[in-house]
Design a protein. Structure first.
Length: 212
C-alpha cells in the first residue's frame, strides 16, 4: 500500500489513509487506538469464552491482551516472512488464557509484549485453528457493518442476494428490477470496498473469502 497522510479521518475510504496498525504506532493517534479496541476487544473476549473462561475472567484477560499489544505496538515491525499480526495477537491471547488458568502470577512475571512467544509460535507453525476461524468471521462481520452505510439500498441488496445468500444474479436482477449487468457491477463495487476495508482493519489481510 502506498504511503499516505496520517491526518485522514477513519470515515475516509481506505485508499486515502494508512492502515490501522500503522496508525497505532503513533502514540498521539488516540482515535486509531479506540478503533482498534472496538474491533479487537470483543474478538479476544469471545475467544476467551470459547476457551472456557467465565465472563469476568474473560474481561480481565482481554484487557491484559490489549495492554500487551499497546506496550509492544510502537516497536512492532510487520515482517510477512515471520507471520501475520492476527497470529501474533492470537498467540498473546492464548498465552494470557494459559497464564490465567495456571494462576501464574509471580511478582515480576506480569504480561509482556509477547514478541518472543509470537516468533516461536510462527516458526513452529503453532496457530490455533479456532482463533483463525473466529478472527476471520469477526473481521468479516465488522467490515460488512462498516461499509454497508456507504451504498444505496439497491446496490447493497444486490450484493447481499448474490454474495451472501447465493441467489443467482439473474434472479436477483428480476427481484430488484435491474439488468443483470447492473447486478454484477453492484456486487463487484461492494466486494472491492469490503476487501479494502478488511485490509485496512487487519493490515496483513489475506483473509478475504466467501462466507460458508
Amino acid at each position: 500500500m502506498a504511503e499516505e497522510s496520517t491526518s485522514g479521518s477513519l470515515s475516509e475510504p481506505p485508499a486515502t489513509r494508512i492502515t490501522l496498525l500503522a496508525r497505532l504506532r503513533k502514540a498521539s493517534d488516540a482515535e486509531a487506538w479506540r478503533t482498534f479496541v472496538d474491533l479487537y476487544l470483543p474478538l479476544v473476549f469471545q475467544y476467551c469464552r470459547k476457551r472456557g473462561l467465565q465472563d469476568a475472567d474473560s474481561r480481565d484477560v482481554s484487557q491484559q491482551v490489549l495492554a500487551n499489544v499497546h506496550r509492544a505496538i510502537e516497536t512492532f515491525v510487520y515482517d510477512p516472512e515471520k507471520g501475520k499480526f492476527r497470529n501474533w495477537l492470537g498467540t498473546i491471547a492464548a498465552r494470557e488464557i494459559t497464564r490465567h488458568e495456571h494462576r501464574d502470577r509471580r511478582p515480576g512475571k506480569g504480561g509482556g509484549d509477547g514478541l518472543g512467544d509470537w516468533v516461536a509460535g510462527q516458526e513452529s507453525g503453532e496457530v490455533d485453528a479456532a482463533w483463525q476461524e473466529q478472527f476471520n468471521a469477526h473481521i468479516f462481520g465488522v467490515a460488512l457493518a462498516r461499509v454497508k452505510a456507504e451504498f444505496d439500498e439497491a446496490t447493497w441488496n444486490a450484493f447481499d442476494a448474490t454474495w451472501l445468500r447465493d441467489v443467482k444474479p439473474r434472479q436477483a436482477a428480476q427481484a430488484l428490477g435491474k439488468p443483470a449487468a447492473w447486478v454484477y457491477k453492484a456486487r463487484f463495487r461492494v466486494l472491492a470496498r469490503l476487501k479494502s476495508e478488511i485490509e485496512y482493519l487487519t493490515s496483513d489481510a489475506a483473509i478475504f473469502h466467501r462466507p460458508s
